[in-house]
Design a protein around this ligand. Structure first.
Ligand SMILES: Cc1cc2nc3c(=O)[nH]c(=O)nc-3n(C[C@H](O)[C@H](O)[C@H](O)COP(=O)(O)O)c2cc1C
Ligand SMILES: Nc1ncnc2c1ncn2[C@@H]1O[C@H](COP(=O)(O)OP(=O)(O)OP(=O)(O)O)[C@@H](O)[C@H]1O
Length: 162
């Protein structure tokens, strides 16, 4: 195995622990990487469900199209499998993957308890784990976009943002 490459799966007690992480992942930054690294550390195999363009309604639509977001997430070292989410039923990919653990990022609007209950209602036994936030002024897609607009946008004051 080459240094720096993803380790092969290391099943504990013969069973592979599957972890699912989710998100929009528009304009990647170190906060995304931290969330995915911490998620991967909880198990042996990390699946990432990338939100569909049409389903991102809780904030402005992503800048980058879903296929591009998917390709970039799939290339990250902690990620074993990246897939686009379902257009209509967020529990469909979960049912197909059958994870042991689903991680929520520090600012995802789902509650751990609410999600656990919905999983139980559907006969899915995954545990839900909240991952902490990674600090940093530009560890946020929306903050990066705001920064670009403030420093490179057409209305910035002359001489600023160089
Ligand atoms: C368990 C779970 C499953 C999800 N499945 C889907 C899905 O199938 N399709 C989709 O478009 N979004 C799905 N999402 C939602 C997004 O991946 C994302 O988490 C949500 O849009 C919040 O976006 P954020 O990245 O801005 O926090 C799922 C979220 C969770 C927590
Ligand atoms: N700074 C961060 N630290 C830890 N996790 C993060 C950080 N930023 C994003 N995440 C997590 O990465 C996943 C995808 O996040 P998302 O695509 O919403 O990025 P974002 O930077 O939070 O976007 P936005 O700024 O538009 O809200 C989510 O689970 C989110 O909680």
């Amino acid at each position: 195995m080459l240094p720096g490459r993803r380790q092969p799966h290391a099943p504990r007690g013969g069973r592979v622990i599957r972890v699912v992480a989710t998100g929009t992942f528009d304009i990647l930054h170190p906060g995304h990487l931290y969330y995915l690294e911490e998620s991967r550390r909880l198990g042996d195999e990390l699946y990432v469900i990338v939100a569909r363009d049409a389903n991102v309604k809780h904030k402005p639509r992503p800048i980058l199209p879903e296929d591009q977001r998917l390709r970039m997430v799939g290339a990250l070292k902690p990620v074993d499998h990246a897939l686009l989410g379902d257009l209509h039923d967020m529990f469909k990919p979960i049912t197909e993957i059958g994870p042991d653990i689903i991680t929520l990022g520090f600012n995802q609007h789902f509650s751990e308890e609410g999600l656990r209950q919905k999983l139980t209602d559907r006969g899915l036994g995954a545990d839900v784990v909240r991952i902490s936030g990674y600090p940093g002024p530009l560890a946020s897609s929306s903050k990066i976009i705001e920064h670009i607009l403030n420093t490179r946008g057409p209305t910035r004051p002359a001489g600023e943002g160089e």
